[in-house]
Design a protein around this ligand. Structure first.
Ligand code: PEP
Ligand code: MG
Length: 583
């Protein structure tokens, strides 16, 4: 029976393609014992499984080397050495001699190793846990004869729709645009980082499907609609024709908006708005610069860490930042220091936390590891020689954190000076306003910083106490909640009083109704995904700032998010009736 799976629209675009189902989890191993005369045969089965796994890992490593480079392929080298470790083999063989089946013996030993490594006081050993998990999955898959769906096996041009529970760091590394045409996940929401990454990669995506990995089969043909947030199974040829027509229409709309690229972002009543781009991956910089962005409002630097096995050194970081700064010439480029933690994790090396979003994230992790932080700061102070670079600190909740960061910035500058390396010591420093504490404390923070950047993705999450990545709570994650709007208004008022810049770089800035609300709240700087830039410009050019203010005032007075949304929608449709906005 054909059916429609409904999820959350995460990245626009329509794809007709074949499902590539990826279940990256340790399979459940049945409890089974063997007889004494079966021991040798089980040991032989284990030897063959290890040899096959190593062969497979070598293939994966070689492909990763071609797709992502040798440094990244190194994680597969580590995994090969785990499988070849004589101590591991000895331990599993001993368990087989105690009459465990090969898979049961391997499962038990791996669980012990993972537990042992996970508790280690040494970060380098803890870092191995995610490699152990990958090896655990791979060997059991072979031993139990389960289908193997490594994403790197896909041929180029496969037009595959990757369906998985969640996009883990090691899967992120394997995303190859040449063979994956779209992404669908059980987990996630519009503001989870999978969705943000999909938009950056310009890959249509539907997230929060809850049970797509159970309902879809590998190889089956489906239509994924990233704009509507749906997956249609068993499409008829008529439905495929409609999908193709819709896809062409979306492309035509994008082209229709492209004439705005050279136009100014100025409202009908003469208010100038600065439109900047969010850059999540360095190779987006050219596209972002050509999209008409007047600079970068948020360069996320986590790509250097997430899904990677090792921290990049100062020169590697410098090269990555320099590419973006050069693409923008003298235009401002706001680079945010590492916001690692939450749902942005490196491969291994991170202690397990009960509440990662309330845990060791962003500035907390950096201040606790000054050497790691200073490596990034030195790269930033050096790259500031190339253009208008500004440093942005994430997840700030107190003035102390800003002061501590400033001490480390001064130390980084002194270290560069001692080495005789050209740098700029007085780079402007700003903060993300993405916690209620920062918004409430804006008055104190404003004395210590050069600008505010409102991160609504987290501000909404922490104000409403709703996990931004929780698909089951997506309807409760309401950015237009009056409490959120009031915190934004407060922040804008403080910034204006202190004469410092304030912009919004969260996903709210890319959504037409929400962007209209932000402009009405007095925001004059929006940083958005480059693909959304023209739509936001259409709003700015079509509206009167006075009307936006009146609409935002009415939304602020509403008692619920739904009421606020209704008010803003009606007023925006009246103010900017373009079909390109409300299609
Ligand atoms: C935000 O929180 O709004 C933001 C821009 O940062 P990130 O999405 O990377 O957490
Ligand atoms: Mg954030």
């Amino acid at each position: 029976m054909p059916s429609i799976l409904k999820g959350i629209p995460a990245s626009p675009g329509i794809v007709v393609g074949a499902v590539h189902l990826l279940r990256w989890e340790v399979p459940e191993v049945p409890d089974s014992v063997i007889q004494s005369d079966e021991v040798e045969a089980e040991i032989e089965r284990l030897r063959i499984a290890f040899a096959r796994t190593v062969g497979r890992l070598r293939n994966v490593r070689d492909r990763a080397r071609r797709v992502a480079g040798s440094a990244e392929a190194g994680i597969f080298e580590v995994q090969i050495s785990i499988v070849e470790d004589p101590e591991l083999r000895g331990g599993v063989e001993d368990a087989i001699r105690q009459h465990f089946s090969a898979e049961r013996a391997f499962d038990v030993v791996m669980l012990e190793w993972r537990d042992h490594f996970g508790r280690s006081p040494h970060a380098t050993l803890r870092e191995r846990v995610s490699d152990l998990i990958d090896v655990h999955i791979r060997v059991l898959t072979v031993l139990m004869g389960l289908p193997d769906h490594d994403p790197l096996d896909l041929p180029r041009g496969a037009n595959a729709i990757l369906v998985t529970h969640d996009l883990t760091p090691s899967l992120t590394l394997q995303l190859d645009r040449e063979c994956i045409a779209a992404i669908a996940t059980d987990a996630g929401t519009r503001t989870s980082h999978v969705a943000i990454l999909a938009r950056s990669l310009d890959l249509p995506a539907v997230v929060g499907l809850l049970d797509a990995t159970v309902r879809l089969r590998s190889g089956e043909e489906v239509i994924l609609d990233g704009t509507a947030g749906t997956i249609a199974t068993r499409p008829t040829s008529a439905e495929k024709t409609v999908a193709a027509a819709l896809s062409r229409q979306q492309q035509a709309e994008t082209e229709a908006l492209s004439h705005l690229a050279g136009e100014e972002a100025i409202s009908r009543d003469g208010e100038r708005v600065t439109l900047l781009a969010n850059v999540d991956l360095p190779d987006e910089a050219e596209h972002a610069a050509q999209s008409g962005a007047e600079g970068v409002g948020l360069m996320r630097t986590e790509f250097l860490v997430v899904g990677r096995a090792a921290m990049p050194d100062e020169d590697q970081q410098y090269a990555a930042y320099a590419g973006v700064v050069r693409a923008f010439g003298n235009k401002p480029v706001i680079i945010r220091t590492f916001d690692v933690g939450g749902d942005k994790l490196p491969i291994g090396g991170y202690p397990e936390e009960p509440n990662p979003f309330l845990g060791w994230r962003a500035i907390r992790m950096c201040l606790d590891q000054p050497e790691l932080f200073k490596t990034q700061l030195r790269a930033l102070l050096r790259v500031a020689m190339l253009g208008d670079v500004r440093i942005n600190l994430p997840l700030i909740v107190s003035v102390d954190e800003v002061r501590q960061a400033r001490v480390l910035i001064a130390e980084a500058a002194a270290e560069l000076a001692a080495r005789g390396v050209p740098h700029r010591a007085d780079v402007p420093v700003g903060v993300m306003i993405e916690t209620p504490a920062a918004a409430v404390l804006a008055e104190s923070l404003a004395r210590d910083v050069s600008f505010f950047s409102i991160g609504t993705n987290d501000l909404v999450q922490y104000t409403l106490a709703v996990d931004r990545g929780h698909a089951g709570l997506a309807s409760r994650y309401t950015p237009l909640h009056p409490a959120v709007l009031r915190l934004i208004r407060m922040t804008v008022e403080v910034a204006n009083r202190h004469g410092i810049e304030v912009g919004v770089c969260g996903e709210m800035a890319s959504e037409p109704i929400m962007a209209f609300a932000l402009l009405g709240l007095g925001i004059r700087q929006l940083s958005v995904n480059p693909n959304s830039l023209m739509r936001v410009k259409l709003i700015v050019r079509g509206m009167r700032a006075s009307e936006a203010t009146a609409a935002a005032d009415a939304a602020l007075a509403a008692s619920t998010a739904a009421e606020a949304e209704l008010i803003l929608r009606e007023r925006l449709v009246a103010e900017v009736p373009s079909e390109l906005l409300h299609a």
